[in-house]
Design a protein around this ligand. Structure first.
Ligand code: GDP
Length: 369
């Protein structure tokens, strides 16, 4: 033993052997145990805060449901379960259009108009593809400047969970929390380039497509499928020299819509014009939305759409949790790499491997491993 070590051992500053040294840090506070993170707030407090309409707690709640940590899963489910009975009362509106069409300007103007009418407005985004995902909406400070500081508004950027499925799930759950917090209208923004619209149509009651005049027949990169999904098309930037062009475009799109099959809800989507920047035509858009809500509530479509959305949510949740359990099961994990290698080396075919792994997984469950 070196002299230094010997001295240290004899030092009066050390507790002598036989007496338990207390841990310097509380083990519950150790890294990785998110339950006891310094800023951790209980699910009950988050829930109460949300029900009180407190936006800070709403943000905490959304962060919790967006978490991919396994340790947060339990709390996240608990929060969702408590908030669900308080949800369902808002009008959920999807807004899409190519970048630059004026989505955020439109949302800001519509949002402020609705607030003037005494409503509370939440804005969520689905934007899994974009590089500006982290902090999208708020990342660009010029977006929704007035709305973002209004007490009756809540703006939340897209979750950065990577996959579209993940982002769509998080947005759907964020919507439930916003409703529980008393928001009357939820606007969900997507970038109209294709993939996220289908996901958003499984969340919203009404789907609004923003377009520009003069885009020509190629529909400005908007796929025909997205036009078919729209409950209303709005030709934006109908101001200044653009008014006439916008009206002509609206008529052309109206004609085009007539060629589409009639929607099962009996609603005929219309085409209107707006100037988001000058607040022209936005009230008319809101009237159209209310008309749609009335129409579909009276023919039962509004509720049946939501019920079907609930069925979709159930199927997706089953798929996702089965997948998670399968992928994380220790015996599957231990076999996976070997099997993958054998497939790559052409020694086994993927169908046999998939079948074997599933059989193994089910057998483990049966034997309670
Ligand atoms: P987003 O990318 O779809 O969210 O579009 P933005 O709302 O950021 O708008 C893109 C640009 O179009 C901005 O410079 C806006 O000021 C402008 N803009 C938006 N709405 C209108 C409008 O109604 N009229 C005119 N003239 N410009 C608009």
């Amino acid at each position: 033993m070196t002299r230094k070590k010997e001295n240290k051992k004899k030092s009066a500053l050390n507790v002598q052997l036989g007496i338990d040294q207390p841990s310097r840090i509380n083990p519950s506070l150790s890294k990785g145990n998110s339950r006891f993170r310094k800023d951790k707030v209980s699910v009950e407090s988050i829930y109460k805060g949300i029900i009180d309409g407190d936006r800070t707690f709403l943000s905490r709640g959304i962060t919790l449901i967006e978490s991919v940590l396994e340790t947060d899963e339990h709390d996240s489910h608990k929060l969702m379960k408590s908030c669900l009975p308080h949800s369902g009362k808002s009008v959920r509106i999807g807004i899409t259009g190519v970048p630059g069409v004026g989505k955020s300007t439109f949302i800001e103007t519509l949002g402020l108009n609705l607030i003037k009418l005494g409503m509370k407005v939440a804005v969520l985004a689905i934007d899994p593809s974009s590089k500006r995902t982290k902090g999208s909406i708020l990342g660009d400070k010029t977006r929704m400047e007035e709305l973002s500081v209004n007490d009756n508004a809540y703006i939340r950027p897209s979750a950065s969970l990577g996959t579209l499925g993940g982002v769509a799930r998080a947005t759907r759950e964020a919507l439930v929390l916003c409703e529980a917090a008393g928001f009357d209208v939820i606007l969900i923004e997507t970038v109209g380039v294709g993939q996220s619209e289908t996901a958003v149509s499984q969340i919203v009651d009404f789907f609004l497509l923003l377009m520009l005049a003069g885009g020509g027949d190629e529909l400005q990169g908007i796929k025909r499928g997205i036009m078919e999904m729209a409950d209303l098309i709005v030709i934006n930037k109908a101001d200044g020299d653009n008014i006439k062009k916008a009206e002509i475009a609206a008529q052309n799109y109206r004609n085009a819509l007539h060629l589409f099959p009639i929607l099962e809800n009996g609603w005929s989507p219309d085409v209107v014009t707006s100037s988001a920047i000058q607040n022209i035509g936005i009230d008319h858009v809101w009237k159209k939305i209310l008309e749609y809500v009335d129409h579909t509530k009276s023919n039962g479509f509004f509720d049946s759409r939501r019920r079907n959305q609930s069925l979709d949510i159930m199927s997706e949740t089953i798929e996702e949790s089965l997948r998670k359990r399968f992928i994380n099961s220790p015996s599957i994990l231990s076999l996976m790499d070997g099997y993958k290698k054998q497939i790559l080396d052409d020694e086994l075919n993927p169908y046999d491997v998939a079948g074997e792994l599933i059989d193994k997984f089910l057998k483990d469950i049966e034997e309670n491993k």
